[in-house]
Ligand binder design. Sequence first.
Ligand code: HEC
Ligand code: HEC
Length: 334
Amino acid sequence: MRPLLLSRNKRYMIYFSIMAVVISLFVLIYLLLKPVETWPIPAQELGFNKDLRILRGKYLVENVAHCAHCHSPTDSTKFGFPVLEGRKYSGGFLMGHNQGLPAELYAANLTPYGLSKYQDDDLYRALTQGVAKDGHVMFPLMPYGAYSKMDPQDVWSMIAYLRTLPSIRNDVPTSTVDFPVGLINKLSQPSPQPTSFASLSQEADLGAYYANIAGCLECHSPENSRHEADLSQAGAGGRAFVLPGGGVVRSSNITREPRTGIGSWSADRFVSRFKQYADSAYRPETIPAGGANTYMAWHFFAGMEEADLRRIYAYLRTLPPQSNQVVRYSPASN
Ligand code: HEC
Ligand code: HEC
């Protein structure tokens, strides 16, 4: 009987292998054929004062969305990775295989030189629908999912500000994503769900609006098995970021939990934690190789309006408290 049993197992094995191959092929064909989605672009409200629009866009781009944090070369020897002098928004290498990503990601040159092929509508689509001018759906590290929830007029204001940046000649290679992971980006396209900013009146709702653009919970929630923020533990912190030199920095617990989070912090303490980097005398300190640095965008957020920081504080107070003791730094293990 033995040989018969074995061969029956073998038959099952062959059967399951064929099924697995067929299912994978179907998934692959589905992803290959799935069109890149595009939705209509909301109109730009006319009658806005142009200068005020640019000012609003500047605030959102510089201090809330902190686009330059990713889209510029930075100085890795200084606290908080400040942008290299004179190279802001000129783009550069961000991360890739060296950090275990299935991709080589370059952040684009956002100055007029880099965006010369983009009409305003193309930029709107890239920022909120994740489709680059060349038609590829971007890797979701570019936070288009968050920007898809912005008020359309705020998106237009950001675009208006980007058009005023001084042009810097710098050609950035196109990002590449390993096959077949690149196809999966098509699944991360957000359908538009814009917020009406004028309809927000509660402090905490305004705070949620700015926190979304700033990506607070994206960084300050633990990572799930798919390397995404686990929002069922929003704000609990502990997301690990590898530093140059191999050390690890982890995001803090920013829920109102009193022992492991910031429950004991007053709004004033919260605001001054950010504003300490806004002091005109402040210079980012030099961090020795392998030392404790941070990806928290302190240099950008320090310029946020105090009222908006208080709103973010009010919003964080509404998150369920999470008990999670985070070890902020671990040195390289070698
Ligand atoms: C967390 C890092 C990060 C932040 C913050 C970020 N980006 Fe990006 N951005 C990227 C990466 C990475 C890509 C390339 C993605 C790809 O092609 O798969 C990208 C691509 C783009 C592109 C497409 C350019 C091209 O090559 O065609 C535009 C436009 C853009 N970003 C604008 C912005 C603007 C404006 C902001 C702020 C409102 C911003 N980004 C914030 C990482 C970031
Ligand atoms: C790119 C990832 C990233 C983003 C975006 C980010 N943070 Fe952080 N944050 C960190 C990391 C990492 C730390 C720990 C290292 C440090 O203190 O700088 C941190 C530290 C903090 C701390 C210090 C807590 C303490 O105990 O001193 C506060 C408060 C904070 N973040 C709030 C926020 C808020 C509010 C936002 C959104 C406006 C935000 N963060 C956005 C990564 C991020």
